[in-house]
Design a protein around this ligand. Structure first.
Ligand code: TXA
Ligand code: MG
Length: 342
């Protein structure tokens, strides 16, 4: 199969491919998604094949506005409506009880479904034109960093899917925040593009699932099945160093080997001249770090580095998501030098 690159004025073509059961790469504000008709189990099945995705890892349904919630979910709590009102379209996925019309292929047999209304004009236009909910995981091969531009998605998916709609670089850069609204106290399953503080402002108390901050033991079952898999990892092993940025930079510098790669804040890049360096933004600019983190992780695979050290932002705002992606890429190999500045 030849994968076509579509431009922003080919929305109808993208929508037509989705309606006829095909696979389309779709730009969202977070990362590129691999979309299929979310009501067609065969089309959804093709997503798993194209990504090499484990069969027990459910997909998110993308809808064009909150009025579609009721079509696919039941017992919708008032908190879900309040959140939809406050932050959709935007980088938030809600886990809710599903209706029978949502195929098992999407939910992997769970009685809940993840739903999100993406904050990207092209994604919304494709979904609206197709007139169907679009099932879409991130558009990477399973285990690879998520794609934040059409070229990254093509690297992974060329020849495996029908088309990619090119919407340029993603504005947020990390995937959506996932909150489970089915328990009495809402539970954060994945930190993402919507800061936890924003969720708390609408919901009050939010529990943070253990899988967010630690590697689960082999017997433990995470509530978001995807959180148990090795993810985002470059070929070379990653070690994350947490703490105040000058301390972490000095630590990394002291421990450099012959072919060590470094992910650092812009201010410290000069300390690592001679190394393969990915500077992900100034210490204080977490939005930029979020936009850069997957691109940085991806970049090392075309180099000969045999180990990677990463500086890590503090956990306020988007720093929570950036730190989570770095630590997952590291399999939670962390050197802890104390609290980071925010
Ligand atoms: O920003 C995003 O969310 C992107 C864009 C394309 O929308 N999508 C994305 O999908 O990141 P994916 O499949 O890469 O990650 C979805 C995560 C997985 O960890 C999956 O296990 C979890 O959501 N998930 C999906 N449905 C769930 C459910 N019913 N209950 C718990 N977790 C669920
Ligand atoms: Mg993913």
């Amino acid at each position: 199969m030849k994968t076509r690159l579509l431009t922003a004025n080919e929305i109808d073509t993208a929508a037509g491919i989705l309606r006829s059961g095909g696979l389309v790469g779709i730009p969202t504000e977070t990362v590129y998604g691999l979309g299929a008709n979310g009501l067609d189990p065969e089309a959804v099945g093709r997503i798993f094949t194209a990504k090499g995705r484990p069969q027990d890892n459910p997909l998110i349904l993308h809808i064009p506005d909150a009025s579609w919630l009721d079509r696919y979910c039941r017992n919708i709590p008032p908190a879900a409506c309040a959140l939809a009102e406050a932050v959709w379209p935007g980088p938030l996925t809600m886990i809710l009880q599903r209706r029978e019309n949502v195929p098992n292929a999407v939910t992997c047999g769970l009685d809940t479904v993840g739903i999100r209304c993406p904050g990207h004009p092209l994604a919304l236009a494709v979904i609206r034109t197709a007139g169907i909910p679009v099932a879409a995981p991130s558009g990477n091969l399973s285990g690879r960093p998520s794609p934040t531009c059409a070229r990254h998605m093509l690297e992974d998916m060329d020849g495996r899917i029908d088309a990619i709609l090119d919407g340029g670089s993603c504005g947020v850069g990390v995937e959506s925040t996932i909150v489970d609204l089915t328990p009495p106290v809402p539970r954060l399953l994945r930190p993402g593009g919507l800061p936890l503080e924003r969720l708390q402002a609408v919901l009050g108390e939010v529990a943070v699932d253990r899988a967010v901050t630690a590697q689960l033991g082999s017997g433990e079952k995470p509530r978001a099945p995807g959180m148990k898999y090795r993810h985002y990892a470059p070929k070379a092993p990653v070690v994350v160093v947490t703490g105040e940025s000058l301390r972490t930079a000095r630590y990394i510098r002291r421990n450099l080997g012959q072919r060590t790669g470094v992910i650092c804040f812009d201010e410290y890049a000069p300390l690592f001249s001679g190394c393969t360096v990915e500077a992900i933004g100034p210490v204080s600019d977490k939005a930029r770090q979020a936009r850069r983190v997957f691109e940085a992780l991806r970049a090392f695979d075309s180099t000969d580095v045999d180990a990677i050290y990463a500086q890590c932002p503090g956990s306020g705002g988007l720093g929570f998501a950036v730190a989570n992606r770095l630590k997952k890429a590291a399999g939670f190999q962390v050197v802890d030098l104390g609290e980071a500045e925010e």
